[in-house]
Design a protein around this ligand. Structure first.
Ligand SMILES: NC(=O)c1ccc[n+]([C@@H]2O[C@H](COP(=O)([O-])OP(=O)(O)OC[C@H]3O[C@@H](n4cnc5c(N)ncnc54)[C@H](O)[C@@H]3O)[C@@H](O)[C@H]2O)c1
Length: 375
């Protein structure tokens, strides 16, 4: 007899820009059911519930009081993550929170402390490292296709948020900037492939100090930048791999690759880690041409389509972990990613190499678990 997967009831906190993409992604998994949406702006929660046919809506307290909600998916802006995640954990909910885990390392530490005091699971974005691209790269490394990894490069270019996000202030405020907003996708991919980082040396600065907002439904016309918008860093991984990174909201056009990993026997080129899927290319030292590796998992959606913008794989990862499966997009992993990225600023301000106090396990590869090969 085929066993029915357990169903998990989800309440979403925050009905802003990325809300629709979560709904679309979560609805691809029959075991996940969105039963409530909450927002400080209750009108926004009501409109979201109407638009997507969600049975209940209200404020954050009503969400926490709803005993039928098992998992809270927190998609509030970064500066609200710590407070709202801790409240949800204390209410006995499992929580999946968007990146970064919290706006600062100190807040993220409080979040970890709160999670340690409960039996609830805490997961955090990004979840794109669970997609076929990064999983295929991980499999290539683990099976020795590039030999011993020696170095890597990672380049974050501007997401031009001021041209499409109605309220891009969070992109230029605490918890934002290229390092904390886009950096988590790149670092999660690298840590998943190469393990934890041991040391960071970085230089950071602000580029243009004021950004003109041109997005069609903008609520502000201008944003004053409060965080570094251009950063260059060298990361030494615990394994000895040395990674060169450039993370910038001032680079709008470039031909630099997204991520490349260099080994003693060859090079791996990864696609945009903000997406789940895409070609992973390999060129071993004795190859004449690059070749595209066969994905080791099913695809989450059509490559180069808006399906790649959906979110939800990380919530499914948490739901399966409730049932005893491996928890890959877990809080310890997200904390280490945040700690590495936050150390860019420490290195700049204190003019020194920063030795990381945190570490994490490389998450279990999806290719090792048959049930994890489907999207
Ligand atoms: N927008 C994107 O493209 C995108 C992509 C990936 C990840 N993210 C992440 O998703 C999160 C949300 O981003 P967004 O762009 O949707 O933000 P947003 O500003 O568009 O929406 C956030 C929503 O949260 C609500 N909110 C704020 N504080 C709250 C609280 N205490 N309780 C309940 N609701 C509260 C706001 O009213 C708003 O409706 C961020 O962590 C961001 O890093 C966004």
């Amino acid at each position: 007899m085929v066993q029915q997967a357990a169903r998990h009831r989800i309440g979403i906190l925050g009905a802003g820009n990325i809300f629709g993409r979560y709904i679309e992604g979560l609805r691809t998994f029959p075991e996940l059911e969105v039963v409530r949406v909450a927002d400080v702006d209750e009108d926004r929660a009501r409109r979201a519930a109407d638009e997507y046919g969600i049975p209940a809506w209200g404020d954050g307290d009503q969400l926490l009081d709803d005993d039928s909600v098992e998992i809270v998916v927190n998609i509030t802006p970064p500066q609200f993550h710590a407070k709202t995640v801790i409240a949800a954990l204390e209410a006995g909910k499992h929580v999946y929170v968007e990146k970064p885990l919290a706006a600062t390392v100190a807040e993220a530490r409080e979040v970890l402390g709160a999670a340690a005091g409960t039996t609830a699971l805490l997961g955090s974005a990004p979840d794109t490292f669970l997609g076929s691209a990064v999983q295929t790269a991980r499999h290539a490394i683990d099976t020795g296709l590039i030999g011993e990894p020696v170095g890597a490069t990672a380049f974050v270019r501007s997401s031009r948020a001021e041209t499409w996000h109605p309220d891009p202030r969070a992109f230029y405020g605490p918890g934002g900037g290229p390092v904390l907003d886009m950096g988590p996708y790149y670092l999660a991919a690298l840590v998943n492939c190469l393990g934890p980082v041991a040391q960071v040396a970085a230089a950071t600065r602000v580029g243009a100090p004021v950004r003109t907002v041109t997005s069609p439904e903008r609520v502000v016309d201008e944003v004053t930048v409060q965080v570094a918008t251009h950063a260059s860093a060298t990361l030494t991984f615990a394994s000895g791999v040395i990674t060169t990174t450039l993370m910038s909201f001032d680079v709008w056009d470039t031909e630099l690759p997204r991520i490349e990993i260099y080994g003693t026997a060859g090079t791996l080129a990864l696609p945009n880690p903000n997406f789940f899927d895409g070609d992973v290319r390999l060129k071993r030292h004795d190859d004449i041409d690059w070749r595209v590796l066969t994905p080791v998992t099913e695809l989450f959606g059509a490559v180069n389509s808006t399906e790649q913008h959906r979110r939800g794989l990380g919530v499914r990862d948490l739901a399966r972990a409730i049932g005893g499966g491996p928890h890959r997009a877990n809080a310890q992993f997200a904390f280490h990613v945040l700690d590495v990225l936050a150390s860019f600023e420490t290195s700049q301000q204190e003019n020194r190499f920063v030795t990381l106090a945190s570490t994490c396990e490389r998450p279990a590869p999806r290719s090792a678990h048959r049930e994890d090969l489907t999207p």
